[in-house]
Design a protein around this ligand. Structure first.
Ligand SMILES: Cc1ncc(COP(=O)(O)O)c(C=O)c1O
Length: 369
C-alpha cells in the first residue's frame, strides 16, 4: 500500500522549526520564566496586533478563556447564553461553568455556523450574551448577528478557537464582539507545544480583570480581590507560540491551497463540498465534506491509509451531559443532519499535491464501487 496519509501531521510542522523552537525554549528555561513572564507578555502583544485588537490575555486553554469571558460579562446563575449545538463541547462548558444555561440555535446549512435568522426567536429576558463560533476556520455571518446583539443590548462573544486570522468582509475576526477567545491546542492553526489559549478584547477593564482572574483573582501577590483561577499560560508556550505566529500567514496560505485543490478535484463527486461565503476568507482549520454514506466512506478512507475525522458526530443538545436541558432529537434538523453526514479530510499546509491527489483518488474509488 502507498504511504499512509495521516489526518494531522504535527511532526511535519515542527520539523523545519525545530532549531528556532529549541532556542526559544532554551531561552525560557535559562530565564526560568515558566508561569506567564516575558515570553507570554511578548506573545500577547504580538497576537493582539495580529488580531487588530488592543489587548490579548494569555490563558492555559481556550476553555479557560471562554469561561473568563462569561465571568467578565457577569453571566451567572439562571442566565441564558445563545450558542450553537454544532461545535466542540468547550463552547458550552464555559456557559455551564458560570451556572448559566446554553440555549442552542440551529446552524446555517452552508457555513455550519449559527443561523442568524433563528437567533431572535431564542432571546428571552434571561438572555445575557450571544456566543457563536467561527467554526472550521470559516467566520460566522457577523453583521446580522451583531445587529441583533445591538438591538437587544446583548454582548457578543466570538469563539474564534478554530479561526486564527480568518477574515469577515476583509477584517480579521476577533474584534467584532466585546470579547473573543482562541485556543492554541496543538492541532489548531496556531498551536502550542501543549495547552494554551487567549482572550482578546478592546476593553481595557475586561483585560485587567481577565489578568486578575487567570491569576487567582489577584493583581498584588497574596491579595485576592475575587475568587479566581490558576489559568495562567506557561512561559514555554508563550515562547513557542511567539516563534510559530511568524509562520501563521504562510501556513494559512498553505491551507487555502489545499482547500482550493480539494474543491477543484472533488467537484465531480457526489460529495457536498464546503463553500466559502462571498464575505468570508476562511483559514480552513478543517475541510469538511458531507455525504449520507459518511460512515462507509470513512471506513474506505481508513482502510486505504487515509486518515479522516468527525467534527462533530453528536450534537451538543443530544449529549448525555446536557440531557437535563430537555432537548429532543429533531430539535435542530440542520445540525443533526450535519452530524450524520460530516467528514473531515486531512488538511495542513505540508500536505503535498500528490497526497491531495491520493485522498481524492481513494474517494473517487469509493463512489465507483
Ligand atoms: C470551537 C472551540 N471552542 C473551544 C475550544 C477549547 O479550546 P481548548 O481545547 O484550548 O480548551 C476548542 C478547541 O479545542 C474549539 O474548537
Amino acid at each position: 500500500m502507498a504511504d499512509k496519509i495521516p489526518y494531522l501531521d504535527l511532526p511535519a510542522q515542527f520539523r523545519p522549526l525545530r532549531k528556532e523552537i529549541d532556542a526559544a525554549i532554551a531561552r525560557n528555561v535559562d530565564a526560568c520564566s515558566f508561569c506567564l513572564g516575558p515570553d507570554v507578555a511578548q506573545f500577547e502583544k504580538d497576537f493582539a496586533k495580529y488580531c487588530g485588537a488592543e489587548h490579548c490575555v494569555g490563558f492555559n486553554s481556550g476553555t479557560s478563556a471562554l469561561h473568563v469571558a462569561l465571568l467578565l460579562l457577569n453571566v451567572g446563575q439562571s442566565d441564558e447564553v445563545i450558542t450553537t449545538p454544532h461545535t466542540f463541547v468547550a463552547t458550552s462548558w464555559a456557559i455551564s461553568y458560570v451556572n448559566a444555561k446554553p440555549v442552542y440555535v440551529d446552524i446555517d446549512d452552508a457555513t455550519f455556523n449559527l443561523d442568524p435568522k433563528l437567533i431572535e426567536k431564542a432571546i428571552t429576558p434571561r438572555t445575557k450574551a450571544i456566543m457563536p463560533v467561527h467554526l472550521y476556520g470559516h467566520p460566522f455571518d457577523v453583521d446580522p448577528i451583531l445587529a441583533i446583539a445591538k438591538k437587544h443590548k446583548l454582548p457578543l462573544v466570538e469563539d474564534a478557537c478554530q479561526s486564527h486570522g480568518a477574515k469577515y468582509k476583509g477584517r480579521v475576526v476577533g474584534t467584532f464582539g466585546e470579547i473573543s477567545c482562541y485556543s492554541f491546542y496543538p492541532g489548531k492553526n496556531l498551536g502550542a507545544a501543549g495547552e494554551g489559549g487567549a482572550l482578546v478584547t478592546n476593553n481595557a477593564e475586561f483585560a485587567k480583570r481577565a489578568r486578575s482572574l487567570r491569576e487567582h483573582g489577584s493583581t498584588v501577590r497574596y491579595y485576592h480581590d475575587e475568587v479566581g483561577f490558576n489559568y495562567r499560560m506557561e512561559g514555554i508556550q508563550g515562547a513557542v507560540l511567539g516563534v510559530k505566529l511568524k509562520h501563521l500567514n504562510s501556513w494559512t496560505a498553505g491551507r487555502q491551497r489545499v482547500a482550493k485543490r480539494y474543491t477543484e478535484l472533488l467537484a465531480d463527486t457526489p460529495l457536498k463540498l464546503p463553500k466559502q461565503a462571498d464575505w468570508a476568507e476562511s483559514v480552513w482549520h478543517l475541510y469538511v465534506v458531507r455525504h449520507p454514506q459518511r460512515d462507509a466512506l470513512k471506513k474506505h478512507l481508513e482502510d486505504n491509509g487515509v486518515g479522516c475525522a468527525l467534527h462533530y458526530p453528536m450534537p451538543l443538545h443530544l449529549q448525555k451531559c446536557y440531557a437535563s436541558l430537555g432537548y429532543k432529537e429533531g430539535a435542530f434538523p440542520v445540525t443533526e443532519k450535519a452530524a450524520r453526514e460530516c467528514l473531515s479530510l486531512p488538511i495542513y499546509p505540508e500536505l503535498t499535491d500528490q497526497q491531495i491527489q491520493r485522498v481524492v483518488d481513494v474517494i473517487k474509488d469509493f463512489f465507483r464501487r
